[in-house]
Design a protein around this ligand. Structure first.
Ligand code: GLC
Length: 423
């Protein structure tokens, strides 16, 4: 070997060893946090839609009224949603400030809104003659809206697979387990990128009977970045408290009805007022959680006007105040005398439910407040601070936003809580 060659060899060996050492020293590459976009999003739309929307008595009507299946299945001959335009749904969600939509591809009644080869009971093989999920997927994809599929393991066409049914032996449940595997495969291969798989209805069986870990592995093999909820009986990516804001120490999403029904129920006019919807959203975001808010289209595919109107109002609020919600985390600086608070980056947002007047006081603040801005109007407050106690002066005597007012706080350095020792 010539001198020149020796030198080159030395250089190559040195570079390789150096790189190897750096990789070793840096440790294994951390798995990419799949939930990052979803934790940033904080707000999604849930849609319950299916054959039950024809009867208008909620999505449990088949079971609750003990309708013979032969009678219920005839609804499929009438289900032909001429006014279904998922582009409108997506536009409504966008306008409301929502960042993802989860739609029932198949609820407990077993009726598929999509083209399932393993079931005769689908919108493609009955009156509609359409793959409604394909249309939904294309509307979401072309608008850049993240898309989730709700899928019920439960299927009331199978005897004794009901919430209170007798437990059935393994071989009797087998066809239903097989169906779940086949349908999850269909849903995750026929419609492009699916961002969320939202399981439901596992009762009365457990994760072992449903082979949930295998189901989850199948889903991830088909859609590596998909987020999966905890309702196949395993924790997976996120928890799903229902109709309650029950904060968890892991990623979580509270799902709420706008009234008291998931499926279309025109008699149910028990709508949450806009300020209540915003309170729920703020309450989730300020505790590191998401809100999945449900609408219930009618049999034609129209979202009831009362529901659309609430979402419009929420959207108007989000335009001015969304910065307090997107990517929000719990805040070290708190103001329980006023309402709630969230933290985004180095800013803290006071979500004020009890507006105290032209001076807004709070305490136990461990950092110096540099700027306080009322988001509804952009007005800056005059700041007075004595140690941990802060007064924001010269604000309006009455709150300018009719639903929920927010003050954005900037600090010198990071926001911190004061030392809790009380003197
Ligand atoms: C429950 C209900 C169901 C609804 C769901 C929404 O599991 O069975 O009807 O779809 O909750 O979270």
């Amino acid at each position: 070997m010539s001198r020149m060659e020796k030198t080159w060899l030395l250089v190559v060996v040195a570079v390789i060893s150096c790189t190897a050492f750096c990789v070793y020293a840096a440790g294994p590459v951390p798995p990419q946090d799949r939930t990052a976009w979803w934790q940033e999003a904080r707000f999604g739309l849930f849609i319950h839609w299916g054959l039950y929307s024809i009867l208008g008595r909620g999505e449990w009507v088949l079971y609750q009224e003990h309708i013979p299946f032969a009678e219920y299945e005839r609804l499929a001959d009438r289900f032909n949603p001429k006014q279904y335009d998922p582009k409108e749904w997506v536009a409504l969600a966008k306008q409301a400030g929502m960042k993802y939509i989860v739609l029932t591809t198949r609820h407990h009644d077993g009726f598929c809104l999509y083209d399932s080869k393993v079931s005769p009971f689908t919108s493609v093989k009955t009156a509609a003659g359409r793959d409604l999920i394909a249309e939904f997927a294309s509307a979401c994809h072309s608008a850049g809206m993240r898309m989730g599929f709700y899928y019920s393991l439960q299927d009331w066409r199978f005897p004794n697979v009901t919430p209170h049914g007798r437990l059935i032996p393994e071989q009797t449940l087998q066809p239903l387990v097989d169906q779940a595997f086949a349908q999850i495969r269909e849903l995750l291969t026929q419609y492009g990128t699916v961002d969320i798989l939202w399981f439901d209805g596992m009762w009365p069986y457990d994760a072992q009977r449903w082979r949930s870990q295998e189901l989850i592995d199948l889903a991830r093999s088909l859609q590596p970045d998909i987020l999966i909820n905890d309702r196949a009986g395993l924790p997976a990516d996120f928890a799903t408290p229902e109709n309650t804001v029950a904060a968890r120490s892991r990623p979580w999403e509270a799902c709420f009805c706008l009234n008291r029904s998931w499926g279309f129920a025109p008699y149910d006019r028990n709508y949450k007022p806009v300020h209540e919807v915003l309170r729920l959203l703020a309450s989730c975001a300020s505790q590191n959680g998401n809100l999945l808010l449900n609408v219930s289209p009618d049999e034609h595919g129209r979202i009831p006007v009362e529901q659309a109107e609430i979402l419009h109002q929420v959207g108007r609020w989000m335009q001015l105040h969304g910065r307090a919600i997107y990517g929000a985390r719990s805040s070290p600086v708190v103001a329980p005398n006023l309402g709630m608070e969230s933290r985004v980056g180095d800013k803290v947002y006071l979500l004020i439910q009890r507006w105290p007047g032209s001076t807004v006081p709070f305490a136990w603040c461990g950092s110096k407040v540099r700027q306080a801005r009322l988001l509804a109007t952009g007005q800056l407050a005059r700041i007075e601070q004595k140690a941990d106690r802060v007064w924001l002066h010269d604000l309006p005597a009455y709150p300018p936003d009719p639903y929920l007012n927010v003050i954005e706080l900037s600090f010198t350095g990071e926001p911190r809580a004061a030392d809790p020792a009380y003197q």
